[in-house]
Unconditional design. Structure first.
Length: 452
């Protein structure tokens, strides 16, 4: 998928630099059905073939053939549409000024598009390294993820190994589980921390920024395919796994060579973790657990190699029966796609384990400690979910603000309409209220032993 769509999304500035110079006379020669050129922001686009699949029909494009349609275009479209269809660009108008250069990762001045601290507000939470990391992660998102997000989300295709390894090589996996020894371990593997942040300076605000920058993509299915399951299971490997597990499995996970998912929920036990039925019984020789059970709604389960799995090892009927195992995909483990309300690209699965042999070395911590481990893991998971949603909300509010300045109705831009200004003000107030609460919680995590 990555290779298939990459060529269609060239950098607008690079395209413009190499573009053919087109005169007004040449533009006007292309205004007939089947031969349509038009200009937006000085760039000339050949929409002859595109007209056949244009959502608004070919007729409206035929009316504007051979003309500069910049004003009309922005009445109906967002600017990122031009990036999506950059392959239709055939040149640049003679005399048109050079386009403003686009610097991947730059911090914008659009109201509410950034954390207030990045737009001049004094804050006790953020340092220069937070902004540097934000720019580095955003640059990766804009160059590697934005071009394929929509197509992947709509196609429902799982992320390719190459993309997962890119996430690992860029350090986006290592920083997705908060501060901890995995950061120095990642550096020893040749994995950088985005923005060249020192592992000793990395905190939960850095992690928060990482999640929100990816969440800005606004494609929940695609976003979750980039590590939603990984991000709530890999931390357990480093928190509760043995030294050997952290070294062997942990390195594979940090590089993106292998993937993991969290397998807790079952058909009869979701939030009621203590009621889960999946069992793990030791073999007579004490060398293996035999695991039997079904896990359901497991995000990224379809393409995961490892499953951090909650099992019942005791018979007392209490939470002390629960333990955590690292289960590797193999004979006795089957996954089936579950269709949910969002894209299938995140591989939501039913995981079926039948007489599955798991070495006792794959026990995470001690038997009977599973319930406490799960609750500890849930704390960070819930914070992560809130962080992602607020990141999506910020992207939505800033996009709405830009659209309201662009779209005209009744002779005015939307933002000049009092009712729209009121709605924007309410949305912004809610956004910044939630952000302030999130920052308070995140600060508490930074100062609390063990974090989240």
């Amino acid at each position: 998928l990555l290779k298939r769509h990459r060529a269609a999304f060239a950098d607008p500035l690079v395209v413009a630099m190499a573009a053919k110079v087109i005169s007004k006379a040449e533009l006007e020669a292309h205004k007939a059905p089947g031969d349509l050129w038009m200009v937006v922001d000085g760039d000339v686009y050949d929409v002859s073939k595109f007209a056949k699949v244009h959502p608004g029909g070919a007729q409206i494009l035929e009316e504007y053939g051979g003309k500069d349609v910049t004003v009309d275009f922005y009445e109906m479209h967002r600017k990122d549409v031009l990036t999506k269809y950059a392959k239709l660009k055939v040149g640049r108008m003679e005399g048109a000024p050079a386009p403003a250069p686009h610097v991947p990762g730059e911090i914008t001045a659009v109201p509410f598009a950034e954390l207030p601290a990045f737009q001049g507000q004094n804050s006790p939470y953020y340092r220069a390294s937070h902004k540097t990391l934000a720019q580095a992660v955003r640059a990766f998102v804009q160059t590697e993820l934005e071009p394929i997000a929509e197509s992947a989300d709509l196609a429902g295709e799982y992320p390719e190994l190459e993309l997962r390894q890119k996430l690992g090589a860029a350090g986006l996996l290592a920083i997705g589980m908060g501060p901890g020894p995995q950061l120095k371990f990642a550096k020893s593997l040749g994995i950088p921390i985005p923005g060249d942040v020192d592992p000793d300076d990395f905190d939960y605000f850095h992690e928060m920024i990482r999640h929100q920058e990816i969440a800005r993509l606004g494609r929940p299915g695609f976003v979750d395919s980039l590590g939603a399951g990984w991000g709530i299971s890999a931390p357990a490997v480093f928190h509760f796994g043995s030294d050997e597990m952290r070294k062997q499995v942990g390195s594979q996970l940090l590089k993106g060579d292998k993937w993991s998912a969290l397998a807790i929920s079952e058909p009869f036990a979701g939030s009621d973790v203590a009621a889960l039925r999946c069992t793990a019984d030791k073999t007579p020789d004490g060398k293996f657990y035999i695991v039997n059970g079904i896990k359901k709604w497991i995000t990224e389960g379809m393409y995961s190699d490892y499953f951090v799995t909650a099992v019942r090892t005791g018979k007392t009927g209490t939470p002390k029966d629960l333990s955590m195992l690292l289960v590797e995909r193999g004979p006795g483990l089957d996954t089936k796609q579950i269709k949910t309300t969002y894209s299938t690209c995140c591989g939501t699965a039913m995981v079926i384990m039948k007489d599955l042999k798991v070495p006792v070395e794959n026990l995470m911590g001690k038997e009977g400690r599973g319930f406490l481990q799960i609750m500890y893991n849930f704390n960070h998971e819930r914070w992560l979910i809130a962080t992602n949603l607020i990141g999506q909300a910020r992207a939505a509010v800033s996009d709405t603000f830009m659209w309201a300045r662009q779209r005209k109705i009744f002779g005015k831009t939307l933002i000049e309409q009092p009712v729209i200004r009121n709605k924007l003000a309410s949305a912004a107030a809610s956004l910044e209220t939630l952000t302030a609460l999130l920052e308070t919680v995140t600060y508490d995590m930074c100062k609390t032993k063990g974090g989240a």
